[in-house]
Ligand binder design. Structure first.
Ligand code: MLT
Length: 305
């Protein structure tokens, strides 16, 4: 079988496919006609978030059996079109959970202690000790929007740093929330009580713009962290809220448009920390999701669930 891989994945996943006797072909940074041409004789396609898998792609790929997503989010894949063409879509929901949770912790500290800004001053030759007065995570309330796999792992880690945990998630039981030490509340109370607000939800019609002007005003001098999906937090509203001091600061890893446009208002705000979608970018996570995705492809070829 021919497996086309259009976003970089760890070698371990590619090796797994080749060891099983399949042809694994990499073609990164292709789009438009080049992508349609490349996929035309593929039996499987493996992507991360960089490839837009739309209806035209399924039309162009008559042999395609499976699209493997080496990661969690499938918002770059048109699931309805896949279903219409009888193509399985399989993600790798476990492999990068710890990496994303650890990045959330890093972003919380980065925002609370202005670590990137302080580094910037040092790199520029300035000893700006008097410019930065941080805040401790210990004793603060963490509001978690979305208590799924990553939300739970982030909660455990930040809870162990002495944060009090409140969470909003309409799909989880109170018992499960209690097991990880979080009090389940509605969205309004979650934002109201939060001093740090972290979102861990996919981007859907339900979550797009979930955190906007009104919610940021309600957060009152708190911090916003988003290592989940761009578009959940309204970027224009956030830039304005931090600039105006309505919100103390923010740390974002994901954006409504990626790569983040050069003229994004987020880039100009001193108290917003930005990273380029690095939540899953650890050697360990990339190896896990690459192998898990290869296994999904092999299962599909074997007609297994
Ligand atoms: C994911 O959905 O798994 C993450 O956003 C990681 C990624 O693809 O870079």
């Amino acid at each position: 079988m021919r497996v086309l891989i259009t976003d970089p994945i760890a070698d371990a996943g590619i090796d797994r496919l080749r060891e099983a006797g399949h042809e694994a072909v990499t073609a990164y940074d292709i789009e438009g006609d080049a992508l349609l041409e490349a996929v035309s004789d593929a039996d499987a396609l493996i992507v991360r978030s960089g490839t837009e898998v739309d209806a035209a792609l399924f039309e162009a790929a008559p042999d395609l059996q499976i699209v493997g997503r080496a990661g969690i989010g499938v918002d770059n894949i048109d699931i309805d079109a896949a279903t219409d063409h009888g193509v399985v879509v399989a993600n790798a929901p476990e492999g990068n959970v710890r990496a994303a949770a650890e990045h959330t912790v890093g972003m919380a500290f980065a925002a609370a202690r202005s670590i990137p800004q302080a580094h910037g001053r040092m790199a520029g030759g300035t000893w700006a000790k008097g410019e930065f007065l941080g805040t401790e995570l210990n004793g603060k309330t963490l509001g978690i929007v979305g208590l799924g796999r990553v939300g739970q792992e982030a909660a455990k880690r930040l809870g162990s740093l002495g944060m009090e945990l409140v969470a909003y998630d309409p799909y989880i039981s109170e018992e499960r929330a209690e097991q990880i030490g979080a009090e389940l509340v509605d969205l309004e109370e979650c934002i109201d009580r939060a001093e740090f607000l972290t979102v861990h939800v996919p981007l859907t019609d339900e979550t797009e713009g979930l955190i906007s002007d009104a919610e940021l005003a309600q957060l009152e001098d708190g911090y916003v962290i988003n290592v989940a999906r761009g578009g959940v937090v309204d970027e224009g509203a956030l830039a304005e809220a931090v600039e105006d001091g309505v919100v103390a600061g923010a740390a974002l890893d994901v954006f409504a448009e990626e790569p983040l446009p050069a003229d994004s208002p987020l880039r100009d705000v001193e108290d917003i920390v930005l990273t380029p979608h690095l939540g899953a970018s650890t050697a360990e996570a990339q190896e896990h999701v690459a192998v898990a995705t290869a296994e999904q492809v092999l299962a599909a070829f074997a007609g297994e669930p």
